[in-house]
Design a protein around this ligand. Sequence first.
Ligand code: GDP
Length: 298
Amino acid sequence: MFDSLQDRLQSAFKTLRGKGKLSDADIDQVAREIRVALLDADVAVPVVREFIANVKERARGAEVSQALNPAQQVIKIVNDELVGILGGETRRIRFAKNPPTVIMLAGLQGAGKTTLAGKLGKWLKEQGNSPMLVAADLQRPNAVNQLQVVGEQAGVTVYAPQPGNGVGDPVQVARDAITEAKRTLHDVVVVDTAGRLGIDAELMQQAADIRAAVNPDEVLFVIDAMIGQDAVGTAQAFLEGVDFTGVVLSKLDGDARGGAALSVRSVTGRPIMFASTGEKLDDFDVFHPDRMASRILD
Ligand code: GDP
């Protein structure tokens, strides 16, 4: 992902090579090229607008520097602005003072929630926690089984609905799971919820009901970076529906343009906390805005 954006930005910077002080015309020109590169990568229009305004303002005001030539200065400004739209600081999970910490996953069907539950479970375990995964996705016929499979791969306990124990009622399953986690001393509960193929009032209500019932410490909205421009609208709908606290970008290993996913932080004001880069449980990491910016600019 981001290969094309990377190439386009590099060629925009090339036009500045060997220049002494930048004229307003030079700055306008490079800003125009950066703008087109961002728009072509699917970065949301309002995000691009602000990004370019900031780059221009800072490039015009840039001091003549001994250490950096004009091209390097512009690259540094673009880097800083990219880090900014990606959220600046790395945002870690907020753990509950009184365990268990409850992390709820929300997102469209196919976004990668169930896979993420396994990844998060493995990662939490490696961090010294004792996580429990909860199968509250009762929509998709195979979802409970799928969570059991990833839980087994991750070596993490899975709480799945038992006959007569809330089958068909994901809110009850989530509630019971937390009681069970307390009893069995699991300190983090990851609740996998159902998704639909598109935004759907019933789905959103169910997610909101689960949220209200379990009062999670974090609600992670999982977004498939491959869905392109739809990412922004989907994120806005979930923000309204479940008021998520953080974002997980999944499928960053794909070859889509990716800019829409990069806009989610700016559009929703919620931090990107994790990134998924493949189907395997280890294809997952904490999201670092500065590292992502460097990757795009390298
Ligand atoms: P859910 O419906 O949101 O629970 O989504 P799933 O976890 O079932 O994932 C849907 C599909 O995407 C599965 O085939 C996963 O293996 C795949 N998947 C999940 N995360 C990633 C990722 O980061 N990269 C790639 N390439 N595939 C992924």
